[in-house]
Every structure is written in structure tokens, then in C-alpha cells.
Design a protein around this ligand. Structure first.
Ligand SMILES: [Zn+2]
Length: 81
């Protein structure tokens, strides 16, 4: 068996296996998003994107993955679980 390579759950880039499901860059970004959402739980994805400098697409993916599920009450559209 070769080395165990995983892909980041957010940007899909290959990364070294480790305790996290995201690469370092995405971890930093998700942290930024999380702290923003903690202070502003009712903002839209677009507002999060602007405030954190993370692309809308990526913010959406984070929300869909449940990275910030506990804090974030998404207001723009309902998602199916
Ligand atoms: Zn990533």
C-alpha cells in the first residue's frame, strides 16, 4: 500500500493525511468564517464572503459541509439534508 493521500473537503486539493478534513489554507479560512458567523449569525453567504475574503462558492461549501452548522442560521435558501 502506498501513502495515504486525501483530498481537502473544501478545495479538493490533495493534502497530507492528518487529523483534519481540510488543508491548512481552508482551515484558516473556515476559522475566519466561524468567528465572523459567531458574531453575525444571520448574515447571508455573500456577506460572509465579503467580510472574510473567501469566495462565495467556498463559503457555501463550508456551510453545506456543516463546518459552521451550529452557529449559522442560513437565511438565503433551505438545503436538503
Ligand atoms: Zn483546502
Amino acid at each position: 500500500m502506498g501513502e495515504f493521500i486525501r483530498n481537502c473537503r473544501l478545495c479538493r486539493k490533495q493534502m497530507e493525511s492528518g487529523p483534519f478534513m481540510m488543508c491548512t489554507k481552508c482551515l484558516v479560512e473556515s476559522d475566519r468564517i466561524r468567528s465572523f458567523i459567531t458574531k453575525n449569525p444571520y448574515v447571508s453567504v455573500e456577506e460572509i464572503s465579503l467580510a472574510t475574503n473567501v469566495s462565495v462558492e467556498k463559503v457555501e461549501r463550508m456551510v453545506d459541509l456543516g463546518v459552521n452548522k451550529n452557529n449559522y442560521k442560513r437565511k438565503s435558501k433551505l438545503y436538503n439534508l
